[in-house]
Design a protein around this ligand. Structure first.
Ligand code: SAM
Length: 237
């Protein structure tokens, strides 16, 4: 799911057609955010407004060190840290604790009710669950199904291996397993779209597939000089 951008783009059309969307990700913290936006958006807005009012360096590190158990508090903590941390990164240490330092933002927008309420309305047609991508094989089985996979992108260089820091690491064996799942879905005539970075490994892995090259704006890069337009690939099966 990640940012869920394709779902939000399609949601009005899906709703008009009476369709259900199945959104999933292996990160339970992220899944909880989407479930709270869908089911408890007003409670979430209230808590985000409180974080907005309290935001400062001390508050950031205090919130970062907490482990709330209430789902709305957990979701508000996730969004607060995402909006105020360095470069909006999500990274955990080996014990599974979020460890990104505070970012340098003058006045970060922590609560955006004008975005959260429409997102909540759009998510009413979505079933949202914590699952690995491999479980999609059991759910998408007919040519009427369409699956979009937005996996952690294969790193372009050894120094950009964000994917290795997380307990949800996504190295070459996982990329290969995803390709095999896509091939199996394609055999069942399920329509599949996948995105990834434009690199030799990914082009080789998907050499038998229809690959489109697109340009995309990249905002997460530690070097300001490397932010800007890059190419990515869309794999169609
Ligand atoms: C590249 S991100 C998507 C980013 C999104 N495009 C955005 O702009 O925010 C990839 C997502 O895949 C999830 N993920 C990692 N391993 C997974 C797995 N085995 N099964 C399902 N999701 C996984 C991560 O938790 C992450 O949210």
């Amino acid at each position: 799911m990640g940012g869920g951008a394709l779902f939000f783009y399609l949601s009005a059309q899906l709703r008009a057609q009476g369709k259900t969307a199945y959104l999933s990700d292996v990160n339970p913290e992220l899944v909880n955010v989407y479930q709270c936006v869908r089911d408890r958006v007003e409670d979430l807005i209230q808590q985000l407004n409180a974080h907005q009012a309290d935001h400062c360096e001390t508050h950031y590190y205090s919130v970062r060190s907490q482990q709330p158990t209430d789902p709305v508090q957990k979701a508000a903590r996730f969004i607060y840290l995402n909006k105020t941390c360095y470069n909006g990164l999500y990274r955990e240490n080996s014990k599974g604790f979020f460890n990104v330092p505070i970012g340098r933002y003058k006045s970060p927008k922590i609560c955006a009710p004008d975005l959260l309420r429409p997102a909540s309305a759009a998510l009413q047609i979505a079933e949202i669950s914590t699952r690995p991508f491999s479980t999609v094989l059991a759910r998408a089985t007919t040519p009427q199904d369409f699956v979009y996979f937005d996996p952690p992108y294969h790193p372009l260089s050894d120094t950009s291996k964000f994917t290795a820091y997380s307990r949800y690491s996504f190295a070459e064996p996982q990329q290969t397993a995803l390709k095999e799942a896509i091939a199996q879905l394609a055999q069942q005539k399920v329509k599949v779209l996948a995105s990834n970075s434009d690199c030799a490994f990914i082009r080789e892995l998907y050499s038998g597939f229809d690959i489109k090259t697109i340009t995309a704006a990249r905002s997460i890069n530690s070097k300001a000089s490397k932010r800007g337009k890059i190419t990515e690939v869309l794999i169609i099966a």
